[in-house]
Structure formats: C-alpha cells, structure tokens
Design a protein around this ligand. Structure first.
Ligand SMILES: [Fe+2]
Length: 413
C-alpha cells in the first residue's frame, strides 16, 4: 500500500457517507490552505538551494510536500473529489525528488485516500480525469510528470479507458526505432520490446523526427521481478548542468541543430533495441511509399543491399524553449542515438551529427548521460501504475530487468 503524506491522512482514515465526505473534504482543504500559508513564510529555510533536484524521504518528505506554494495547493483542492465523491490526494513515494527550480515534487504522485482504494475503477478514474483536465494540464506544466497510483487498474482495457479520458489526441508511433505491438486499437501498445538485458538510454519520445507527441503514458500491467524501471529526468536540469560543464558543446548543438542517421532492415529485428524495420517505422508496405513518407518528413535516404534503408533526418533542434516554465530543455535523442543506436547495421557513435555533418564531442555526450543518471527518478512500478509525462520537458529511459515485465504505452499530442 502506498505511503500517504500526513496531509492526506485525516480524510483517509474516515469512511464517511458522500455528504459527510464532501463536508470533511471542504474542511480539510480549508485547514490545509491555512497550513500552506503558514509554511510559506519559512519555506526558504526548508528548501536547500544547492541542489537542483534533491532526494526526499521520511520526515523531510512531509516538509517538502507541505512547502508547496499556495497556488499549487489550490491545484490540489481540485484534485480531491471524483464525480462519485471519492477523494484523491497527493501521496509520497520513497524515490520522489524535489525540484528546487520549480519548487515542485518530481514526479507528482496522486492516489485515492486509503479507505477508498477498492472503490475505484478505470471508469471512475476516467471520469475524474475528464472532470479535471485543466488541473491535470496545470499539474503537468508544473511537475513534468504525474504518477496515478492505487486506482485498481489491471488490464490493457483499463489503461485504454484512462488514455481516452485525457483531452489530447492519440499520436501514431511513426518514425520511431522501437519494436512494438498494438494491444488496444492503435493507441495502446507495448513499450519497447528490446531484450530484457538491454538498457535503453534517456530520450524524448520521437525527438529524432520533426513530429513528436507532447505526452507519453506508461501503464504497469506486470512489474518486473527485478529492475525494469522507467527512469525519468527533467531536461531543463540537464541543459543547465551541461551548459556549465560543456558550454562549447551546448553552443554547437543549439546553433547548428542535429541530424540523426539510422540504417534499417525491411522487417523488424526483435533482438535489437532499434530494430524496427522501415515498413513499420514509416507505416508503409512498398519502397515507393517509403520514399514519399521520407520526403514528407524532410529526410534524405539511400537504399543499401538486401533492401536496407539508410535514413538521415532533417536538421532538428537539440534545445527547445518551454514557454510555461520559461526554461530551456535539452530536447533531443542525442545520448540515446550516440550511445544506444548500435547493432549489426549501425556503428556506435555515428548515429547523430551536428547540422553541418560534424561529429559531436564524445566527452560532452558522456557527461550528459552521467547528469541524466544523477538527476533521474527511477521508482519501482506497482501493478496499475499510470505514469503521465510531458514529453517536452521530461526524458525517459528503461532499466534492464528480469522476469515477465509488461509495460504498455500510449502517445498523445
Ligand atoms: Fe521511449
């Protein structure tokens, strides 16, 4: 069972009728806001300034969660009651961190209050999401990632119902490298099916193409026996630290952009983490249609022996400005392409160059990977977890794992 923070407990311990609960929630929110106002005065003393992202746990966690500014407390109020009167509250997990730039926990984790967990269903959560779409968008702008935990989801259909409830359009997986299988319609599919011993480096989903989803969702149907996390990291922190360490590298990729180069076979190769064949990558059946698609995407291409296709992307930005936060993001697939795009058709270190065709600094790419590992949050999945990511501000990766892990994904824009 999840660990509720102190603020959520007064309601969670009571099993009330709907009208009683409504009154209790209103009182609880009023008292909490008053507490937030008192804590604001001492917030500077509570939040350390040295680290951009500080691990939080135990008693410190409560202090950090309580120190969320008042406008966010307003946001939480609206997160508290579902259409049937069931209550939702922020909860704490041991792996959570606190972003001192944004003054917000990362990820934001929400769940039902304890005595109501069994009353939830996918339909109930879907109604709650439909009702709270504005607040979810605000929460995503602020925190970058929201983990919905403990809502009783278990099947792909449960996840599909939740995906449909979000107010965003489905985004087809075209142009990506990963071998995937559709599970519900063409909008819920398996996460990267690369062999379990392979680690998938950090990336923004489909940042190697001109068109990418703005949201990524993951659903845990079966957690791995060991490993198998989906680590997440905030790109503005990566940008800031990398600029301090390797300003020339940042200037190079920010000024000239980057191009991605990948050679694909015609059909999928499941043994490779980048083994999606060109037919599935481009969603076509013939070479002629593939060429039309590549032209549409602004790519250059070359046909090699055995119907292999070498694709070079147009020049794409490696850094993006994110308006809601005002931060620059290290928005690209540079680390994944440089370190991870390698198999029998793709040589290491050659999958990404700058917009002039010049190579990238290996040391700087290595530093970027280290920063991502240091700043990331890798939480242990529980059955039914739904992780919503802002793909414009948060990168994800995959740890290697053992056991029959089944994580589903969906892309939205
Ligand atoms: Fe991905």
């Amino acid at each position: 069972m999840h660990q509720n923070v102190a603020l959520a407990r007064p309601i969670g311990r009571l099993c009330l009728t709907a009208p009683e609960r409504k009154t209790a929630v209103a009182t609880f929110n009023r008292e909490r806001n008053s507490r937030h106002r008192r804590v604001r005065a001492t917030r500077a003393a509570v939040i350390p300034n040295s680290d951009k992202l500080s691990p939080i746990s135990g008693p410190t966690l409560s202090k950090k969660i309580r120190s969320i500014p008042e406008d966010d407390a307003q946001n939480m109020n609206l997160f508290c009651v579902s259409p049937r009167g069931l209550s939702v509250a922020p909860i704490g997990i041991p792996e959570q961190k606190f972003n001192t730039n944004l003054e917000a926990p990362f990820p934001w984790v929400v769940g039902p209050t304890s005595c109501e967990a069994e009353s939830w269903s996918s339909q109930e959560l879907a109604s709650f999401i439909r009702m709270s779409s504005k607040e979810i968008q605000r929460g995503l702008d602020r925190h970058g990632a929201i983990l919905f935990r403990g809502f009783g989801l278990s099947t792909p259909e449960d996840f599909a119902a939740v995906v449909k409830a979000f107010a965003w359009e489905p985004f087809p997986y075209v142009g990506g490298n990963a071998v995937r299988t559709n599970v519900v319609g063409d909008y819920v599919f398996t996460a990267n099916e690369a062999p379990s011993h392979r680690q998938i480096p950090f990336h923004h989903e489909l940042a190697q193409t001109p068109s990418y989803p703005t949201k990524v969702l993951f659903f845990c149907q079966v957690p791995a026996e060991s490993g198998g996390a989906t680590p997440i990291v905030q790109s503005n922190i990566v940008y800031e630290r990398l600029q301090a360490l390797h300003p020339d590298f940042i200037e190079q990729v920010e000024s000239y952009g980057v191009r991605y180069v990948r050679t694909m076979s015609m059909e999928d190769r499941e043994a490779s983490a980048i083994g999606r064949g060109w037919k599935n990558t481009l969603n076509v059946d013939t070479k002629k249609d593939a060429e039309s698609k590549l032209q549409e995407m602004g790519c250059e291409w070359e046909w090699l022996s055995e119907d292999h296709l070498k694709q070079t992307s147009p020049i794409l930005p490696a850094v993006k400005h994110h308006e809601p936060s005002g931060c620059k993001q290290f928005f690209n697939q540079v680390v994944a392409a440089y370190n991870g795009w390698q198999d029998e058709l793709n040589a290491p270190g050659q999958a990404v160059v700058d917009g002039r065709g010049l190579p990238l600094n290996e040391e700087a790419v290595g530093a970027a990977a280290n920063i991502m590992d240091e700043e990331c949050v890798a939480f242990k999945y529980q059955v039914g977890d739904v992780l919503l990511l802002d793909n414009l501000t948060v990168m994800h990766s995959r740890h290697s794992f053992t056991g029959p892990r089944r994580i589903l994904a969906s892309l939205l824009k």
